[in-house]
Design a protein around this ligand. Structure first.
Ligand code: ADE
Length: 249
């Protein structure tokens, strides 16, 4: 196994490169790819930057140039449903590009000529990510997030959810928009800007992949402020611990 680990932003991958054994940096296509060993696993860590094209470019490079056999995307997301709260963790089972619309040529959300609107993540990876996230919340949350920060975000017993994640080239920050997305895409748990692009690349190249997201905001008018605060003080800690739990399995 060679695991490619992608995040959009530095904060979402904090600590992972530092934890690598024999890290080696290679620059390609304006991105730094760090190869090395992460808890006994052969890994490549990279920041994709934000958006579907950036993520697709990065995922393709990981497979074609770095020979990864599996891809894991870790980062933050906006909540797509009232019962998914800030601080919860969402593991994607399916991903949809919520801004894809080639209708009337193709059905709404369908990626033309793939026949698919929803791309499934690897079942085994989703299962292992769910277990890793649950173990982190049960055993290591206290170590990762100090009580003061938890209070700022009113994080009460965060939970792990599995289901549909929507991706689009849009930071969702209006209540009407997130409600419309939720109504159009039944089961939507979270919105972000990269996962479904990685999903399409991995589907086309036959690479198993997983996407795990910590909820940073409610994709409403407060989303930008919540996101900025959360990504720095909380999300940054989740990734390291969850990926360590995942690699240890
Ligand atoms: N990532 C984190 N929060 C988000 C939001 N509200 N919209 C899109 N991507 C996000």
């Amino acid at each position: 196994m060679r695991l490619g680990i992608i995040s959009a932003l530095h904060e979402e991958q904090q600590g992972l490169v530092e934890a690598m054994e024999r890290p080696y940096k290679l620059i390609h296509g304006m991105r730094e790819y760090w190869t090395g060993k992460l808890w006994e696993i052969d890994a490549v860590c990279v920041l994709s930057r934000i958006g579907k094209v950036a993520a697709a470019m990065t995922a393709t490079t990981l497979v074609e140039k770095f020979g990864v056999t599996h891809i894991l995307f870790t980062g933050v997301a906006g909540s797509g449903d009232a019962f998914v709260r800030v601080g919860d963790i969402v593991v994607a089972e399916n991903l949809v590009q919520h801004d894809m619309d080639a209708s009337p040529l193709f059905p709404r959300y369908e990626v033309p000529l793939t026949g698919l609107s929803h791309f499934a993540s690897d079942r085994q990876m989703a299962l292992e990510l769910t277990h890793a996230a649950q173990r982190f919340l049960e055993l290591e949350m206290d170590k990762a997030i100090d009580p003061q920060e938890r209070a700022v975000f009113a994080l009460q017993a965060p939970r792990v959810h599995r289901g549909l994640v929507g991706s689009g080239d849009q930071f969702v920050s209006h209540r009407e928009r997130i409600q419309a997305l939720g109504a159009a895409l039944p089961g939507l748990l979270a919105v972000e800007m990269e996962g479904a692009a990685v999903a399409q690349v991995c589907f086309e190249l036959g690479i198993p992949f997983g996407v795990i997201r910590t909820i940073s905001d409610n994709a409403n008018e407060n989303a930008a402020t919540d996101f900025m605060r959360f990504v720095k003080s909380v999300a940054a800690r989740y990734a390291f611990y969850v990926v360590r739990q995942f690699c240890a399995q």
